[in-house]
Design a protein around this ligand. Structure first.
Ligand code: CBF
Length: 837
């Protein structure tokens, strides 16, 4: 292409082509230029928000150069790419991450200071990109970071929600949801008005025979909504590779305004189509591990899958390769069942539009997709009603039925004696109305299915997918234990600890190979190292204490043991167990003599997390935490011995302050319910210990750090079913300590007891499904062990340093390499050296 452009033009272009800033001077020049020209501000009215915008725009320019280069290199290399389809990417802030990944933070710090600003103030101006609910979305964000860092050619695909996850306000102890207008200023996105896809809904299917006698299906008369691409660069750490995250926004197919309607006087109707179309990408559904069959949600899923697949197929077709090569060029990972419609959509494209035979197309589909399961909770396994799909996507329903028919015939042939199995494994559930089981469709349409931690991957094989293991054999199933990016979750969140580690290891190489952390264990007895490690923890606690005072108005003592549980509020995650434990602690303190109280380990219990707006029980838990906090924090007799804090509006950027400050963090789900958890990894990596159940990744963390360095408690997953069964048949005895806690709640100490009766009754009267009472004693006893252990600060320090040094396994880089090898069969593409580009 380059050769076809005349030399003088090429020379001029090269001369003026955008250059990356490398010095503080060049950086300042870029910032000031953006502030003065792009923002039309000046030295005299440049506040921190404007300085943030200027800085972000300067970095954006820098990212774009490598982003364009990477995309060009990947196109020319024409090798297999990974497409990660996730309805959620919980990216958090981008500026700090961009500065670190391109290695320009010091340059920016110096430049900003010369311009009169403090780096920290500027970074904190940025709004979080909160396009996710929790673990699943944050995992996707960590994966993007690792994919770019490891130079894998990869794209993320999602929706450009106008409103991300709601902002949480606590008013009178209750959660109130406020919209998140995160797009007010977003320098990181590039609207691609030239990259659009028309996506069809509704309509009907016409079938006819063509001249060759082949049956042809045409999906017609539908409504068209246009998907417009918005791209965001994803820079890798210490590499030039900058991948792409493509988000789709919806708009009416005829543009913003229907002039025909306007001219005929239908003024409201002239914009109504646009408003209806825009609704599709307007909101992120705020439910974590809890889905409900709303038509708009299904529309979102199809809109996103159709646009993404069209894009992927369009890119593939440019290569002019044969269709059989599609799986050699394209690996699509389904992050949970949300993108499952991509399976019938690809089959539709191949048979209806490209004219392939069913079997050939289906083999391409199966070789292309991989499916990650993130939960065994029955309420989170998506099902869509057949009439709804019939109405919205009539052709897809036919294809789903055909997929099912072929599959059931296969099962019948291979398991002729197991008639019952057919209804169990059918994609269509014979209920009223009939439902499409999306997890089954995802599994049948993929060549690999993975769980996200060892226990979880075992559980899916023995519970929800048991029959499928028999049908396909165990090789279709695998495990990829989750991981986290050490760039954000250590280097960015805890720069001093990162620096200390680097000072001992001689470089920051461990941020690209986290297993190098093991070398830190050699310093576990090094006095100077220990002191520095301890000082950093204290400084991080002091930072959280200052934040707590500033934002929540609660004064806490950084010398107290900081006990933190931050995650989505859900009954299975058992924040209720934690707060009942806090009440128990308070009652014990109140009953003690002042002399005995003096021996008690002071503690601050921090909570944070959002409840889905319609999840009433979770909201009750938040209310109880806030009521308990009010009473305990006001109790002068107890003072610093116990404080309770609910940190409002937990999100990624707050996690970066909260996580490095923990002494102990709580991962206390009912065994067998938390697929993996990833915050457990973040806390340990930052020098905190864990109290947890034998669940999800807690088990592998224990294996890595050693049993002496974690506080496990509670019933095991294999006992859960029996216990529930016993409860169901009336064999349930409330733990006496918990009884006291409930009596206190009923006494009205924390406000109107009626408000908490459903929570209490779920345990006392309705079978205690999450086994709070069964695990209560074990939990309390373990908390006592923690108090005791914490008193020996030296031994505690040894545990934390040892644990950090053994966390190498939990890097998301390791996950991505495992996915690449076991599932995607994709190779990295190394960028050329800087001056040889
Ligand atoms: O795998 C990432 C995370 O996904 C969830 O958040 C989910 O949405 N299903 C799980 O609940 C977590 O256990 C898991 O770590």
């Amino acid at each position: 292409v380059e050769a076809s452009i005349p030399e003088p033009q090429r020379a001029a272009w090269k001369k003026y082509s955008a250059k990356e800033f490398t010095t503080p001077d060049e950086f300042e020049q870029a910032v000031v230029k953006h502030i003065e020209t792009t923002l039309a501000r000046s030295l005299f009215n440049c506040d921190e928000a404007a300085a943030y915008s200027g800085t972000a725009l300067a970095f954006r320019d820098r990212l774009v150069i490598e982003w364009n280069r990477t995309q060009q290199q990947q196109t020319l290399a024409d090798q297999k790419r990974v497409y990660y389809l996730s309805l959620e990417f919980l990216m958090g802030r981008a500026l700090d991450n961009a500065m670190l990944n391109v290695g320009m933070k010091d340059v920016a710090r110096k430049g900003l200071s010369e311009l009169g600003f403090r780096m920290e103030d500027i970074v904190s101006q940025e709004r979080d990109a909160a396009l996710g609910n929790g673990g699943l979305g944050r995992l996707a964000a960590c994966f993007l970071d690792s994919l770019a860092t490891l130079n894998y050619p990869a794209w993320g695909y999602a929706l450009r929600y106008k409103y991300g996850i709601f902002r949480q306000e606590i008013i009178d102890g209750y959660q109130v949801e406020v919209p998140d207008y995160w797009l007010d200023f977003n320098p990181w996105e590039f609207p691609r008005h030239d990259v659009t896809v028309d996506v069809q809904f509704y309509g009907n299917v016409r079938k006819y025979m063509d001249e060759s006698g082949k049956q042809v299906s045409v999906w017609e008369n539908g409504e068209i909504v246009t998907a417009v691409a918005y791209d965001a660069p994803v820079p890798g750490y210490g590499t030039r590779t900058t991948n792409n995250l493509r988000l789709w926004s919806s708009k009416a197919s005829h543009g913003e305004f229907d002039f025909t309607k306007f001219n005929s006087g239908e003024y409201e109707a002239s914009v109504a189509d646009q408003q209806r179309a825009e609704t599709i990408s307007a909101v992120l559904y705020p439910n974590d591990s809890l889905e409900r069959g709303k038509e708009l949600r299904l529309k979102q899923q199809y809109f996103w899958c159709a646009a993404s697949l069209y894009d992927i197929v369009r890119r593939f077709k440019k290569s002019k390769k044969a269709w059989k090569d599609f799986p050699n060029q394209v690996a699509i990972q389904l992050n949970d069942t949300h993108p499952t419609l991509a399976i019938p959509e690809l089959q539709r494209i191949l048979i209806d539009q490209e004219g392939l035979e069913w079997d050939e197309a289906w083999s391409i589909v199966q070789s292309t997709f991989g499916y990650t399961n993130h939960t065994v909770l029955p309420e989170a396994l998506e099902k869509w009603s057949v009439p709804l799909i019939q109405h919205l996507l009539p052709r897809h329903l036919q294809i789903i039925y055909d997929i099912n028919l072929n599959f059931l015939q296969y099962v019948e042939r291979n398991f002729p004696k197991e008639r019952d199995m057919l209804s169990r494994v059918s994609i269509i559930e014979e209920s009223n109305p009939k439902m499409v089981r999306m997890a089954y469709l995802a599994l049948i349409g993929s060549h690999k299915v993975n769980g996200v931690a060892e226990l979880h991957s075992d559980l899916i094989k023995t519970t929800i997918f048991k029959d499928f293991v028999k049908i396909y054999g165990p090789d279709k199933f695998t495990n990829v234990t989750n991981g986290i990016t050490p760039r954000r979750w250590l280097h960015q969140a805890n720069p001093r600890l990162s620096e200390l580690i680097a000072s001992k290891l001689g470089s920051y190489d461990y941020l690209r190979d986290l297993t190098l952390l093991h070398k830190i264990e050699a310093y576990v007895d090094d006095k100077e190292f220990r002191k520095a490690f301890q000082d950093i923890k204290y400084a991080n606690k002091a930072r959280l204490a200052a934040y707590t005072l500033e934002v929540q108005g609660i004064k806490v003592n950084p010398k107290a043991l900081f006990d933190i549980q931050v995650k989505r509020i859900h009954e299975y995650k058992r924040q209720q167990l934690n707060i009942f434990g806090v009440i128990h602690r308070y009652l014990e303190l109140k009953a003690m003599s002042p002399k005995d109280r003096n021996k008690v380990q002071p503690r601050v219990s921090f909570f944070g997390g959002k409840a889905a707006p319609g999840y009433w029980m979770a909201k009750t838990v938040i209310h109880l935490i806030n009521q308990v906090s009010k009473v305990i924090n006001a109790d002068k007799e107890i003072g610093d011995l116990l404080k309770v804090v609910f940190l409002e509006d937990y999100n990624v950027s707050k996690a970066e302050i909260i996580i490095p400050a923990s002494d102990i963090s709580e991962h206390i789900s009912t065994a067998g319910t938390e697929a993996s958890g990833t915050s457990n990894m973040k806390f340990v990596l930052n020098g905190g210990l864990v109290i947890g159940t034998c669940d999800g990744a807690n088990i592998e963390i224990t294996r890595e750090v050693g049993e002496d360095n974690i506080f496990l408690f509670g019933n095991l997953s294999e006992d859960v079913e029996d216990l529930r069964h016993q409860h169901f048949y009336g064999d349930f005895k409330l733990d006496p300590m918990l009884q006291k806690v409930f009596d206190t709640i009923k006494s009205g100490m924390f406000g109107d007891a009626g408000q908490f009766s459903a929570l209490v009754n779920s345990i006392v009267e309705h079978g205690d499904y999450y086994l709070v009472s069964d695990d209560f004693k074990s939990y309390i006893d373990t908390q006592k062990l923690i108090d005791e252990a914490y008193k020996d600060q030296e031994a505690w320090l040894t545990k934390t340093i040892t644990s950090v040094s053994r966390m190498g396994f939990f890097s998301s880089d390791r996950c991505i390499d495992e996915y690449a090898e076991m599932i995607w069969n994709v190779e990295p593409l190394t960028p050329p050296k800087q001056n040889g580009a």
